[in-house]
Design a protein around this ligand. Structure first.
Ligand SMILES: [Zn+2]
Length: 198
């Protein structure tokens, strides 16, 4: 039904996260159409440039073209505060709140022993080394509220507390504008446990 190269394009697109067979087909046809071709070539060029030039920041593992990212290179950020997240997207989300002025560490995943992802794969040993040599006084763990995120947070907290560094985890609970009656039991349980004085 598809020509070999069309099929190759569809299958390549389909291998991307969040793209199902229909979306892959629609994207491929768009990129091949007369209006889409220029965009397709631009995409190919941007991809190649980014992949050839972007790498992880040597300190926090955010993506950057420089040895150190903008946040690590910024002397105005608070060196005493470090926030650990699972992905670079989490850094973007926290930065957008404009309430955090410390440094970051991106794990690029969470502990998942069944998939062969242990502390080494997440570069946790180098993080612990960094904590020993730098003036970090407080670590905020902002891993996702999933089973794996929780397990990762526990692992990190136990090792960080051993270094005598104050360690906390971001609160999980009732979303702003949310209604309690529609919350799932586990979220509500966490909200109750993480209650604060008013
Ligand atoms: Zn950095």
């Amino acid at each position: 039904m598809f020509s070999p190269l069309t099929l190759q394009l569809i299958e390549t697109l389909r291998a991307l996260p969040g793209i199902g067979p229909k979306s892959a087909q629609r994207l491929a046809f768009h990129l091949l159409s007369s209006v889409g071709q220029q965009k397709g070539l631009k995409l190919a060029d941007a991809l190649q440039q980014a992949i050839n030039n972007v790498a992880e920041c040597q300190l926090c593992h955010i993506y950057t073209e420089q040895p150190y990212c903008n946040i690590c290179a910024n002397v105005k950020r608070n060196d005493g505060l470090l926030c650990i997240v699972e992905s670079p997207a989490d850094v973007v989300a926290i930065e957008q709140t404009n309430t955090y002025n410390g440094r970051y560490y991106v794990l690029h995943g969470h502990l998942s022993p069944l998939d062969g992802i242990g502390p080494e794969e997440l570069k946790i040993p180098s993080l612990l080394e960094r904590l020993q040599t730098q003036a970090v006084t407080e670590v905020i763990i902002a891993t996702n509220p999933t089973m794996e995120g929780k397990a990762t947070a526990h692992y990190l907290a136990s090792h960080i507390q051993e270094l005598g560094i104050q360690c906390s985890r971001i609160a999980h609970g009732v979303p702003m504008g949310g209604e309690i009656e529609y919350l799932d039991g586990s979220t509500l349980m966490h909200a109750l446990q993480a209650r604060m004085p008013v």
